[in-house]
Structure formats: structure tokens, C-alpha cells
Design a protein around this ligand. Structure first.
Ligand code: SAM
Length: 279
């Protein structure tokens, strides 16, 4: 059952955090000329129209990208904002890039990207977005299965983005299993895992499950727009990054104190930056 559609949520506070971190990881890979690979396991549609019926219905982007659009943002946000600006050359915020477009516009000629997406409506839109880009391969397949089949990448450098909808009960377990299998095949890759903060207990369980895998070098970046509150829906979100670029922690130390009040929805807004497991 695939009921989740990212078009209802595109550009919200969680996307701002996720895509900022993603863009910084891709930029760090570009410090060396050697090619790298990106695998986006849960790609979504690629591009979102913020004036569409779905986006207008929830208006989530209003408390996300719209809050920082046109602002003088810290340097750590520049790679991400450059992509959003490219999609909106007139300066009016209308289109929002999903994770495949964020990576796609930062990729160099020598780099490669693999995209998996299962949804029968979103997959054709994603394929259309990348028509003619030979460095991008798309599969309407389960993200974890395709990941397993394609690791380790021949480039030996790169990042895997894992951004499930977390609508089904077993998704946290599938995530840990998928990550464990992937790291067994490719231990030196970077893995960036997004999660929503809805019920705190689920996140604590996820952190402990990751600790138990024996994987090391796991950084957690979390931004809560409101204090934990089970009656509120998503109060925050985070990125768990395995083998992060060495600059990422410092970039987040500088960025989060600026970004958190920008995206806050109450005085209790807060952030968390810590190592779940050190190196
Ligand atoms: N990563 C996207 C972005 O940042 O723009 C958003 C992805 S959205 C949160 C999750 C997507 O995963 C949905 O489009 C859903 O259809 C897709 N999906 C769900 N289960 C999947 C699976 N097993 N394999 C691949 N895609 C899946």
C-alpha cells in the first residue's frame, strides 16, 4: 500500500533540514575530482509545484522554505538554496526540488546517480525529470532491494540517501535491516537517513537498534520546531549520518542555532547534535 505522497509536504521544515544536509554531503564529495555515486532509495517525484492542490491544501512549505526564502542565510545553506533558486529564476518561490533534483543539480559529469521509487504516479514524473541524463539510472523497485544489488559501487565513494515514508509499522525495522546489509557490503560509504519526530519512543528505539548493529561513526542532527508532543503530528525531524564528511558536525554547530528559531513554531523549538556512536 503506497498512500504517502510527498507533494503534500514538499518544502516543509523537515525538507529544509534534510536537503540542506544532503547538499552539504554532496558538496563535500566534490572536493575530490574522483567520481562518486549517489543512491536515493526513496526518491519521490523529483519536483513539486507549491501552487498545486496538494501543496496548497497543507501549506506546509509556508513554515519551511518560505521562511528562509530571500533571507541572508549562513554559508552552510548556500548549496541547497542555489538549487532552489535555479528552479525559481524569477525569484518567486513556486517550485521545490525533491532530493533527486537537489543531488541532480549538484552532480558533475563524472558522477553517477541511482534512483528508486515505487509509487505508480510519482515514478513516471521522476523519469520525465531525468530524461536524457545518462548518468542517472531509475528503477521502479524497492529501494532496499536495489541498494543491496548495487553495492559496493565501482566508484568506492558516495552517499546513500534513505528517506522512507514511515507509514507502515515495520518501516523502522526494515530501515535498520537495510542499513546493516548495505554497510556490510560497503562499509566506507556515507549513509544519510531521514526520520520524523512524531513519537519520541520510536526514535529512541531506532537509535538503540543502530547502536546494536555495531556500525560506528554515526552522527545525529535533529531540529524540533516544537517540543515533543504526541497530539501534534510531526514536531521535528532529523538526519542520522553514518560516516559523515568531517566538516558536517562543525557546519551544523554553526547552522542549527540560526535555523532553529527561523523554523520554530513555539518557544520550545530546539535542536540536537550528537554522536549516536563515535568513530
Ligand atoms: N526523498 C524524497 C525527497 O526528499 O524529495 C521524498 C521521499 S518520500 C518521504 C518517500 C517516498 O518513498 C514516497 O514517494 C514513496 O512512494 C516511496 N516509497 C515507499 N516505499 C518504498 C520502497 N520500498 N522503495 C522505494 N520507494 C518507496
Amino acid at each position: 500500500m503506497l498512500s504517502y505522497r510527498h507533494s503534500f509536504h514538499a518544502g516543509n521544515h523537515a525538507d529544509v533540514l534534510k536537503h540542506t544536509v544532503q547538499a552539504l554531503i554532496v558538496e563535500s564529495l566534490k572536493r575530490k575530482d574522483k567520481a562518486f555515486m549517489i543512491h536515493d532509495t526513496h526518491s519521490g517525484a523529483g519536483r513539486y509545484d507549491l501552487q498545486s492542490e496538494h501543496a496548497e491544501k497543507t501549506g506546509e512549505y509556508v513554515d519551511g522554505i518560505a521562511r528562509i526564502w530571500g533571507e541572508d542565510c549562513p554559508k552552510a545553506m548556500h548549496p541547497y538554496l542555489k538549487v532552489v533558486k535555479e528552479l525559481n529564476p524569477s525569484g518567486n518561490l513556486r517550485y521545490y526540488p525533491g532530493s533527486p533534483l537537489v543531488s541532480g543539480s549538484l552532480l558533475r559529469e563524472q558522477d553517477r546517480m541511482v534512483l528508486t521509487e515505487l509509487h505508480p504516479s510519482d515514478f513516471p514524473r521522476l523519469r520525465q525529470e531525468f530524461r536524457g541524463r545518462r548518468q542517472v539510472k531509475l528503477y521502479q523497485e524497492d529501494g532496499y532491494q536495489r541498494l543491496k544489488a548495487s553495492l559496493p559501487p565501482k566508484e568506492r565513494r558516495g552517499v546513500v540517501l534513505i528517506d522512507p515514508p514511515y507509514e507502515l509499522k515495520n518501516e523502522y525495522k526494515d530501515l535498520v535491516k537495510g542499513v546493516k546489509e548495505a554497510v556490510k557490503r560497503w562499509a566506507t560509504g556515507t549513509y544519510a537517513i531521514w526520520y520524523p519526530v512524531v513519537r519520541r519512543q520510536e526514535i529512541t528505539t531506532l537509535e538503540r537498534a543502530l547502536e546494536r548493529t555495531g556500525i560506528r561513526n554515526i552522527l545525529q542532527i535533529e531540529l524540533n520546531v516544537e517540543d515533543d508532543n504526541m497530539d501534534w503530528g510531526m514536531t521535528g525531524s532529523g538526519m542520522i549520518v553514518i560516516n559523515p564528511p568531517w566538516t558536517l558536525e562543525e557546519q551544523m554547530q554553526e547552522l542549527l542555532p540560526w535555523l532553529t528559531p527561523k523554523l520554530a513554531q513555539s518557544e520550545q523549538a530546539n535542536f540536537r547534535l550528537r554522536w549516536i556512536v563515535p568513530e
